[in-house]
Design a protein around this ligand. Structure first.
Ligand code: HEC
Ligand code: HEC
Ligand code: HEC
Length: 408
């Protein structure tokens, strides 16, 4: 697993540096200089959802926050701050500099040099072109590897969780961290309160296994290097209590007749066959990949046996629109020529939208060609599997998905 992740990281880093050199061509970029240009890419990825693409404080996630994200394009506001103050709030987060905890910390995710590049880009947003941001000597260019206090290995955690994980005072402690201290609520909803950058966690205990929550929140970048969720630098105790809190959120119970599907085990070998059979009724592999094999329209399912509960997997097959996986919302576009296009939205910037259609074709559409578009609360995944697959077929598929585990 480590090795696979390391390779993945290399591929991502390669495409990253390619992406950053590829855009330096435009004249605005030349004016900005290489440091701010690097900052621009990071800003669009990590900051724009709250601070807005132009730094006006109006990102789509902003209106859901109790504290307004700073207006970074406001010249007067920014003139009062020196570079090292801006650097510190990005590195340590709002909590670290006695401001709102809703501003996350990025010092466990980005290198020092990357944080300086964000400072340079923020100066550019406030039209402060005369201000030359100086990167201090011996600034590190490598991203932090993982948070300093080592986290429990998974079996130690499982042991601990089965004994202590349902303790109510621990759950209360985790809830406090989640709501008031660690920025979680800035990006995740709990019963209609909180941000929308990440998935709604009101039913986290229904969807995710405690082992997965613990692994993910300890270091999201180890699992998904390009995730927009920063590493929040949680120590082992904090990871434990937040996991205990989230795992306690079960939501409503499974519908009565759905329980029948989980009552007896299926055959993983038959499940795998159904999954990849391109002539078969399920043909999940058309859209989903497992360990590199299969399509790219839907999320890769290579470790759902570790990360998702069987109840969640069942719901995903029987009623895909119940939860739309983060980053796979579907979009409907009406072009100026009167053509409708639908697919999974992969990326959006000021001038264009990238999407992938049901057949797996990647489309790049310039905003000049678009009359209007909207993201929809529907899934690209077919909603009729409950009619075309038998209960046994679905049991076999669930058994197969259950075998897809990470190795540590
Ligand atoms: C989840 C929402 C969110 C994200 C993502 C976010 N911020 Fe913020 N940011 C805030 C909020 C809220 C404040 C206001 C904090 C306060 O004034 O107490 C803020 C304030 C700031 C400030 C001003 C602090 C001051 O001194 O007044 C800077 C600079 C800043 N953010 C930079 C960034 C950068 C750079 C990124 C991306 C790497 C980023 N933010 C990502 C929510 C966010
Ligand atoms: C700046 C926004 C942001 C903050 C702050 C944040 N998250 Fe997330 N979180 C995300 C995004 C985006 C995802 C979707 C994961 C992905 O695909 O990259 C996510 C995913 C998750 C998941 C589901 C992982 C999965 O397998 O899909 C959990 C659980 C989670 N976050 C918990 C937390 C907790 C606990 C905190 C606070 C300690 C937190 N998050 C803070 C943005 C955030
Ligand atoms: C036409 C493409 C397509 C086909 C065919 C398809 N899916 Fe999906 N699937 C998607 C998309 C897109 C998503 C993400 C949107 C959503 O959550 O509904 C998804 C989401 C999922 C999820 C949730 C993943 C998560 O972690 O949130 C599971 C599990 C899943 N599919 C399993 C299956 C299985 C099993 C089959 C075969 C019976 C299947 N899918 C067939 C496109 C497809």
């Amino acid at each position: 697993m480590r090795k696979v992740l390391a390779n993945l990281l290399i591929v991502l880093l390669l495409s990253w540096s390619w992406a950053s050199t590829a855009v330096v061509a435009s004249s605005e970029e030349e004016e900005m200089g290489p440091l701010a240009s690097q900052g621009r890419i990071l800003f669009q990825h990590y900051c724009a959802a709250c601070h807005g693409v132009s730094g006006d404080g109006d990102g789509y996630n902003a209106e859901l926050l109790d504290k307004e994200p700073a207006e970074l394009s406001d010249e007067k506001f920014m003139a009062k701050k020196n570079d090292s103050q801006i650097y510190r709030v990005i590195k340590f987060g709002g909590q670290g500099v006695k401001k709102s905890h809703l501003m996350p910390t990025f010092g466990h995710t980005l290198s020092e040099k990357e944080i300086w590049s964000l400072v340079a880009y923020i100066r550019h947003l406030a039209d402060d072109e005369d201000h030359l941001v100086k990167v201090p000597a011996n600034t590190s260019e490598t991203r932090p590897a993982s948070p300093p206090p080592p986290h429990d290995p998974l079996n130690t955690f499982s042991d601990w969780y089965s004994k202590k994980g349902r303790d109510t005072s621990l759950i209360a402690q985790g809830e406090k961290l989640f709501r008031k201290k660690k920025s979680c609520l800035a990006c995740h909803q709990l019963n209609d309160e909180g941000g929308l950058l990440g998935p709604d966690l009101s039913r986290a205990g229904f969807s995710y296994t405690p082992e997965w929550i613990f692994t993910w929140i300890g270091n999201p970048q180890r699992i998904k290097p390009q995730s927009k969720m920063p590493n929040l630098g949680l120590d082992n105790e904090e990871c434990r209590s937040i996991t205990a809190f989230l795992a306690s959120l079960k939501g409503e119970k499974l519908k009565g007749k759905w329980k029948d599907y989980l009552a007896s085990p299926g055959d993983p070998v038959k499940g795998e066959k159904l999954f990849f059979d391109s002539e078969g009724k399920a043909n999940c592999g058309k859209c989903h990949s497992v360990k590199g094999k299969g399509g790219k329209v839907g999320p890769q399912l290579g470790f759902v046996g570790t990360s998702r509960t069987q109840a969640f997997l069942l719901e995903s097959i029987l009623n895909p629109k119940a939860v739309i996986t983060s980053g796979y919302s579907s979009i409907l576009i009406l072009t100026k020529k009167g053509k409708f296009i639908t697919g999974v939205k992969r990326n959006e910037d000021d001038s264009s939208i990238d999407l992938m259609d049901k057949e797996g074709n990647a489309l790049h559409i310039s905003k000049d060609e678009i009359k209007k578009f909207k993201t929809q609360k529907i899934s690209i995944m077919p909603g009729n599997f409950k009619d075309i697959l038998t209960q046994d077929d679905i049991r076999h598929l669930l058994a197969y998905l259950g075998t897809l585990k990470t190795s540590n």
